[in-house]
Design a protein around this ligand. Structure first.
Ligand SMILES: [Zn+2]
Length: 454
């Protein structure tokens, strides 16, 4: 007998109710949030711990170190070492340091060979010299004439197409070269028989050969007056990176800003111009460390000032919003040699505050900004240092300066008095504190919708 069992009807398996979406999403969101928060916390900038004794370091000690790094022209080893050292000094004081790379590399002279072809008794002969900074690679042939050292424009007339030689000019080499080339002379040799090394005086990208030679070469060349000679210059440039070094407490806004340029001109150790300014900014940072001023100040060492205020221009472009609250920008340039007593070219408000701290303070007006700064319009704006870009956007500035000493932009700019730099910094800190204590309305933005700040 067979029993047939009928399949039982299938019963649906018990199922769990579907998991609501929020039960999956919420923990995921929480986990994500916690992770993001942790990542944020880890990435959040923090102030480095202040090192004991860092605020007690004096300018004399800084100068000892700084002079050992050598010249600081943009792209040089001395420039890079100074950046590293200054960063360490600021960090030891508890400031966080960032470096702002300039948007474009800076074109620096790398090689400046120059030659003069003359016809000697035994055939063609080559004399060698050095192309002036700001001359391009070029070559010209012409009849050689001699110019007297104080050559007048009248004496330059009728020399079109000639090549010229002169002994040590009275004024800046650049001015002479401009006048000579504007008169239609196709090349210039300056015999460097000057009693003092000439000042750095770069030409403005001249496409004709302008070169200097030693007195010996000059004598040999003068034997060829009236004859056909050829001047050639072979110039190489190198793109160098440049930075602004910005030191500030993480929580600090730039209510006041202390600044100085870090670089020096090619061919000069740059002691007064502007190791003195670096010393002054460091001294101000030390005085501010651990006081309320540290929470309201930025300290900036600008790059490539000597190539046309490139660092300070880039800084101003990169920080338009924080600078809206800046009550004072205090700039130090050449404050380590007393060519004149400490002077200030300042906004009237800041001059009043500075005079309150130092009644006998000298006030001066820096040379007018070039027409390039003001787009050809005549302007009361003055300044040849890093305060200018700040001025142009309407920030009140004070430029502290002890005058142009005779070593300015020369190879002999080798000494400074650290106490003078510290003294300038002390005054700037007094002005900064006074500016913070004085009522102030943040300035309106400049530009199309704002006021005209020029
Ligand atoms: Zn300078």
């Amino acid at each position: 007998m067979v029993t047939v069992t009928m399949p039982r009807p299938l019963r649906p398996l018990p199922t769990r109710p579907p998991v609501p979406a929020w039960k999956v999403l919420l923990p995921a969101l929480i986990a994500g949030g916690v992770g993001w928060g942790a990542w944020q916390a880890a990435a959040r900038p923090v102030n480095p711990p202040a090192q004991p004794g860092a605020a007690l370091i004096r300018g004399a000690q800084d100068w000892q170190t700084l002079r050992g790094f050598g010249p600081r022209e943009t792209g040089s080893a001395g420039n890079a070492r100074t950046l590293d050292w200054a960063q360490a000094q600021f960090e030891a004081l508890g400031y966080r340091v960032t470096r702002q790379a300039l948007p474009d590399p800076v074109s620096m002279p790398a090689g400046r060979e120059a030659a003069i072809q003359v016809d000697g008794p035994g055939g063609p002969q080559t004399l060698t010299g050095e192309a002036l900074i700001g001359t391009q690679t070029s070559g010209q042939t012409g009849r050689l004439v001699r110019l007297p050292p104080g050559v007048t424009d009248a004496q330059l007339e009728g020399l079109l197409g000639r090549l010229a030689v002169t002994t040590c000019p009275d004024g800046p080499w650049r001015d002479l070269a401009d006048r000579v080339l504007n008169a239609g002379i196709l090349g210039l040799v300056i015999v460097n028989d000057c009693p003092h090394p000439p000042a750095y005086s770069p030409l403005a990208n001249v496409a004709l050969p302008v070169l200097s030679v030693t007195p010996d070469v000059g004598r040999a060349l003068l034997d060829h007056l009236g004859r056909e000679v050829t001047f050639t210059t072979t110039v190489r440039t190198q793109d160098a990176p440049a930075w602004n070094l910005i030191a500030a407490r993480v929580e600090a806004s730039p209510d006041v800003l202390f600044g100085a340029h870090l670089d020096s001109v090619p061919g000069s150790p740059g002691a007064n111009d502007n190791a003195s300014g670096i010393l002054a900014v460091l001294h101000a940072a030390r005085q501010a460390a651990g006081t309320p001023l540290a929470g309201r100040a930025w300290f900036v060492l600008f790059g490539a000032e000597e190539q046309g205020l490139l660092g300070s221009r880039a800084f101003v472009r990169a920080h338009p919003l924080p600078l809206r609250n800046t009550r004072a920008m205090l700039n130090f340039d050449m404050v380590g040699v007393d060519a004149e007593p400490l002077g200030v070219d300042a906004h009237p408000d800041l001059l009043t505050l500075a005079r309150r701290a130092r009644p006998d303070l000298r006030a001066f007006r820096d040379a007018p900004a070039t027409t390039r700064e003001t787009f050809g319009r005549s302007s009361p704006v003055t300044g040849r240092s890093d305060n200018l870009p700040f001025k142009l956007i309407g920030v009140r500035t004070a430029f502290l300066h002890r005058g142009e000493d005779r070593h300015y932009h020369r190879a002999t700019d080798t000494t400074l008095d650290p106490a003078l730099a510290e003294d300038a910094a002390t005054l700037a800190v007094q002005v900064a504190r006074a500016a913070l204590d004085t009522p102030w309305t943040p300035r309106e933005p400049c530009g199309i919708t704002g006021r005209d700040c020029r």
